[in-house]
Write a protein that binds this ligand. Structure first.
Ligand code: SF4
Ligand code: SF4
Length: 259
């Protein structure tokens, strides 16, 4: 099955937050009463009932000039959150989408700690962008599409959904156009990092300006947890269960001898 992705083109985004609103609507998330605190990003960060936000930046150039970043789970090709999750609530689908089953979540927060971006939000259970997993897999009954709600809603034409390979090609071409227009730092964020991100971003400036790590790495403690501690724990649990079982057999045997 082809890996799917969506791409955010920051050069086309106008900061209307239509995507943010429709994300709330489609996922039935409550809204936050907020107050203006001098920053336009609103709410200021992701939270347990906000899966994505549009980040606003007005200090990239001397002349005030707004820039935007669509910020949510990036659907890593090699997702640390899935490896860290001890209950199997987080999973990576065959098409690459990193989704979750709330009924399996035990709200331990290991996914939040493992994620290089600190994305998963933990309330009573996990919350994060799942790339509209149900829409993509089954289509939407209300508008008969299999496209994530945010992509469908974008009036600026800043969001594209499709096969990841096609989007990478399209993104690289757009970066070259931006460079010719004078945006010398233009780049496609997410092509190769963390197994290749499932949310690609065409940025006009260096990733760090948007608060994005240029070369995020898979957290070592997650590797140790998944590959050593977790299997070791299961072996020890199995050993303990075996000892209890053996003890019961011996006890039964002893009782039989007394009669
Ligand atoms: S960005 Fe974080 S939450 Fe999303 S897939 Fe990657 S590790 Fe998981
Ligand atoms: S809907 Fe499109 S143009 Fe509007 S904020 Fe979202 S990405 Fe930007």
């Amino acid at each position: 099955m082809d890996r799917v992705a969506y791409m955010f083109d920051s050069s086309k985004c106008m900061g209307c937050r239509g995507c943010q609103s429709v994300c709330k609507q489609w996922n039935d998330q409550k809204t936050d009463p907020t107050t203006f605190n001098g920053f336009y990003t609103n709410p200021p960060t992701l939270n347990p009932h906000t899966r994505m936000i549009i980040n606003f930046y007005d200090d990239f150039t001397e002349k005030q000039n707004f820039n935007f970043l669509k910020y949510q789970c990036f659907h890593c090709g090699d997702p640390a959150c899935v490896k860290a999750c001890p209950s199997g609530a987080l999973f990576q689908a065959e098409n690459g989408i990193v989704a979750f089953d709330v009924n399996k979540c035990i709200a331990c927060g290991y996914c939040h700690s493992a994620c290089p971006f600190g994305i998963p939000q933990i309330g009573q259970v996990i919350n994060k962008c799942d790339m509209c997993y149900s829409r993509v897999m089954e289509g939407s009954k209300s508008d008969e599409t299999a496209t994530p709600a945010c992509v469908k809603a974008c009036l600026g034409g800043a969001l594209y959904f499709g096969k990841r390979d096609d989007l990478v090609k399209q993104g690289k071409e757009k970066v070259e156009i931006l460079k010719k227009e004078g945006f010398t730092e233009a780049n496609l964020y997410g092509e190769n990092i963390l197994g290749g991100l499932g949310v690609l971003s065409i940025l006009k400036y260096e990733p760090e300006k948007y608060g994005l790590p240029k070369d995020p790495v898979f957290p070592v403690n997650t590797l140790i947890w998944k590959n050593i501690m977790h299997p070791l724990g299961l072996v020890m649990l199995g050993g303990a269960a075996g000892l209890v079982f053996l003890h019961r057999i011996l006890q039964t045997g002893n009782k039989g001898g007394d009669q």
